[in-house]
Ligand binder design. Structure first.
Ligand code: NAD
Length: 264
C-alpha cells in the first residue's frame, strides 16, 4: 500500500493532544463549505452578481436601499446551498464529535451543511440562510405561497421578510455568542477551520482559548492573523486534513496506519 504523504504530515503531538482532549471546540468558516461548491465571501461572485461585493449586499443599509436586490442575491445563494452536499470536512467533524467526550461546533456558516452531515451540537453564530424573519419584528416566518412581491411581506405586520442571517454591522444572537464564549474558555483544544479570522467577534474565540491554555489548531489553505498564535497551523484543504487527522488520531491499533479504507 502506498503511504499517504498527507497522513505523515499530521504532527504526532497533535494526534496525541486530540486523543487526550476531554473538551473539543471547533469553529468553522466558509472555507469548510468551499469544497461543497458554496463560494466564500472572498471568492469572486459569479454571473450577474460579479459587479457587487458581498459587503455591499449583506448589510441592513443595502436592504433598506434596495430590498429586492438583496433578496434576489440571497435567492441565488440559497439556490447554490440547496444544491450543495456536505463534503469530507463536514463528515469527519461528525466522526470527531462521536469520538469526543465533549464536543461543540461553532459555525459562522449559514448553509446548514454541518447539520445535514449529522453534527449534533452546533451553534450557529450567523443564523441560517434557509430561514426568513420579519425585518421589523424579527419573528421567524415561513413564506406562505404564492409569494408574489419581492421580498415577500410578513403576514402579521406587512414589513418585508429578510433572510435570518447576521449581516455586516449587525449584532450576533446573544445566546449564541455567550455559549460560544463559554465553550472557548473551557476547552482543551480549539480548532479554527476555513475562516479568515477577520470577522469579529468570531475571530476572538481562538484567542480566548489560547489565553486559557488550550491548544489551538488552525486548518486553512492560506495564512491568517491567527496562524502565528496557533499551536499547530496546518496548511491545506479542510476536507483532506480533517480526514487524515481523524484517522491518525483514532485509528484502530489493529489496523495498518495507512489504510485509506479504514471504516469507523
Ligand atoms: P471568509 O470568506 O472571510 O474566509 C474563508 C477562509 O476559508 C479563508 O481564510 C480561506 O483561505 C479559507 N479557505 C478557502 N477554501 C478552503 C478550503 N478548501 N479549506 C480550508 N480553508 C479554506 O469566510 P469567513 O471567515 O467564514 O467569514 C465571512 C462571513 O461570510 C461568515 O461570517 C459567514 O457568515 C459568511 N459566509 C457564509 C457562507 C456559508 O454559509 N457557506 C459562505 C460565504 C460567506
Amino acid at each position: 500500500m502506498i503511504p499517504d504523504d498527507s497522513i505523515i504530515s499530521i504532527p504526532p503531538d497533535l494526534a496525541a493532544t486530540l486523543r487526550k482532549a476531554k473538551k473539543i471546540v471547533v469553529l468553522t468558516g466558509s472555507g469548510i463549505s468551499a469544497e461543497s461548491g458554496v463560494p466564500t465571501f472572498r471568492d469572486a461572485q459569479a454571473g450577474l452578481w460579479a459587479q457587487y461585493r458581498p459587503e455591499e449586499l449583506a448589510t441592513p443599509q443595502a436592504f433598506l436601499r434596495n430590498p429586492a436586490l438583496v433578496w434576489e442575491w440571497y435567492e441565488w445563494r440559497r439556490d447554490l446551498v440547496v444544491k450543495a452536499k456536505p463534503n469530507l470536512g463536514h463528515d469527519y467533524l461528525v466522526i470527531m464529535e462521536k469520538q469526543a467526550p465533549e464536543f461543540v461546533l461553532i459555525t459562522q456558516n449559514v448553509d446548514g451543511l454541518h447539520q445535514q452531515a449529522g453534527s449534533q451540537n452546533v451553534i450557529e453564530l450567523h443564523g441560517n440562510i434557509h430561514r426568513n424573519k420579519c425585518s421589523r419584528e424579527g419573528t421567524i416566518m415561513e413564506i406562505s405561497p404564492p409569494a408574489g412581491e419581492i421580498p415577500p411581506r410578513c403576514k402579521n405586520c406587512g414589513a418585508y421578510l429578510r433572510p435570518d442571517v447576521v449581516w455586516f454591522n449587525e449584532s450576533l444572537p446573544p445566546y449564541a455568542i455567550q455559549f460560544a464564549w463559554e465553550a472557548a474558555q473551557n476547552c482543551d483544544i480549539f480548532f479554527s477551520i476555513g475562516t479568515s479570522s477577520l470577522v469579529q467577534p468570531a475571530a476572538s474565540l481562538p484567542m480566548i482559548a489560547h489565553e486559557r491554555g488550550a491548544a489551538v489548531v488552525e486548518i486553512n489553505i492560506a495564512e491568517t492573523p491567527l496562524s502565528t498564535y496557533a499551536t499547530f497551523a496546518l496548511t491545506g484543504s479542510a476536507g483532506q486534513i480533517l480526514q487524515n487527522l481523524v484517522k491518525r488520531t483514532w485509528q484502530d491499533p489493529l489496523q495498518p496506519v495507512f489504510d485509506p479504507d479504514y471504516n469507523f
